[in-house]
Design a binder for this molecule. Sequence first.
Ligand SMILES: [Cu+2]
Length: 147
Amino acid sequence: MNKKSIVLLITLSVLNFTVYAKNYEVKLLTTDANGQNMVMSPGYLKISSGDTVTFVPSDPSHNVESLSIPKNAKSFTSKMGKKLSHTFDKNGVYLYKCTPHFALGMLGVIQVGAADNLAIVRKDWSEISTGVAMNKERVSTYLTQVK
Ligand SMILES: [Cu+2]
């Protein structure tokens, strides 16, 4: 292999890395298109390690705060009404909430690659869910989508 093709290969692998790290958006909605109130959209999202999710509040009353996350993963908390872009670099299941609307079931689940910590998240959720008054079944539905 000559020098030129080595340089080309290195350039291509750098480009590949850039292309494959994806950006996603989760909207923090007061009301969605189906009339659901205080809801993350999408509530369940599957991404790959290295991908970035931007959380976008529909108005100043929402934020995100991580609740149950994989061991050694970075926790995240956004300021009320402000966008937050978070890069997920540890595989596993992340359960997070909107701090003011937690009791109304405003929670979401993000799966990053393999879901090795699913049993722990389910156990955490069974304890955390005692503080949720409405729309608990949303989280159960999101967790059944984890594959
Ligand atoms: Cu909220």
